[in-house]
Design a protein around this ligand. Structure first.
Ligand code: SF4
Length: 313
């Protein structure tokens, strides 16, 4: 059975400017030991989707559909039950440890929390577990570092501490949101290697949210492309790079330095004021009349390779 399955997930925010449609009828699944990459431009709804799984969205949010974690719909659970899920069953690695870690607590105290809360360790024993975790993420001088505050560490060290916190309880699923953002290239490569090694060793499944296709290529088994709140393409990693089907994916790949640095036309539409038909219509070089007022469904163009586009109908 899949670890996570999203069924017709819709996430909306009510704001004074109108309804923000951050995720629209999203269907996705992640299998055991699988890493699914969720890619797309900034503001397309990727992070919101990750936060909706953990039920960490503000009160002005409406979530519809199903979020099945090991068969249980997380949307039906109470807050106490969700607290048992977060960190123990589904953990997170956020993109900016300096803002997502508590600046007033040492990293030892913060990493030890899951051991105390979810595994019943006494504080002293939990600290020993933290030192072991820091060794695993190759933090220099782990016994000393447990006493450090986040601001006393380098960017790479903070991200290692964040990974240690995420993997502390060996969760079956981890949501990693831009885990290498802001790190220089050498440290980024080390962090990617570390995540790969630790998740493979522990058999952890991962939802990797990123706009960095290099990181996705290193870590993912499958890729889902998100555009304006919708999944527009899904494929396994090899097929994705070999045979990208959606015009948006093709434009995204062509804009990479390694593929000619060709910029895509226009900008993503506002999630408050989306086009009526295909959301990519205003920017699409292959647009047809039908695309203007009709929403394309996902079409299977090869085995387990799905594309939301009228070109394949
Ligand atoms: Fe382009 Fe039409 Fe396909 Fe949308 S449905 S991506 S507008 S060709």
């Amino acid at each position: 059975m899949e670890i996570l399955k999203l069924i017709d997930l819709k996430v909306r925010f009510s704001t004074e400017y109108g309804i923000v449609r951050a995720a629209d009828t999203v269907n996705l699944e992640i299998g055991k030991n699988e890493t699914l990459g969720l890619i797309g431009e900034t503001g397309c709804g990727k992070t919101v989707l990750g936060l909706s799984i953990l039920r960490l969205l503000p009160e002005n949010t409406t979530v519809e559909g199903k979020i099945l974690y090991q068969g249980v719909d997380l949307l039906t659970l109470g807050e106490d039950e969700m607290r048992q899920i977060r960190g123990k069953e589904i953990a997170t690695i956020f993109q900016n440890p300096l803002t997502s870690m508590n600046p007033a607590l040492t990293i030892g105290t913060q990493i030890s929390e899951p051991f105390v809360l979810h595994q019943g360790f006494k504080k002293k024993d939990a600290m020993q577990k933290v030192i072991e975790m820091l060794k695993q993420v190759r933090m220099p001088s782990p016994s000393e570092r447990v006493k450090s505050y986040p601001h006393e560490l380098s960017g790479g060290m903070r991200q290692r501490a964040m990974i240690a916190m995420g993997l502390a309880c060996t969760p079956p699923l981890i949501i990693a949101d831009e885990p290498t953002k802001g790190l220089d290239v050498t440290i980024q490569a080390q962090v990617v290697e570390l995540i790969k090694e630790l998740t493979t060793k522990s058999g952890t499944s991962m939802l990797l949210i990123t706009h960095d296709l290099g990181v996705a290529a290193e870590l993912c088994d499958n890729i889902a492309v998100m555009y304006s709140g919708e999944i527009v393409e899904y494929a396994n990693i090899k097929e994705f790079f070999k045979n990208p089907g959606h015009p948006y994916t093709q434009g995204f790949l062509d804009s990479l330095p390694s593929r000619g640095l060709k910029p895509m036309n226009g900008m993503s539409p506002s999630l408050i004021d989306l086009p009526e038909g295909c959301k990519f219509y205003p920017r699409c070089p292959s647009a047809m009349d039908i695309c203007k007022s009709n929403r394309p469904e996902m079409v299977e163009i090869a085995k387990r390779h799905l594309v939301r586009c009228f070109l394949y109908v």
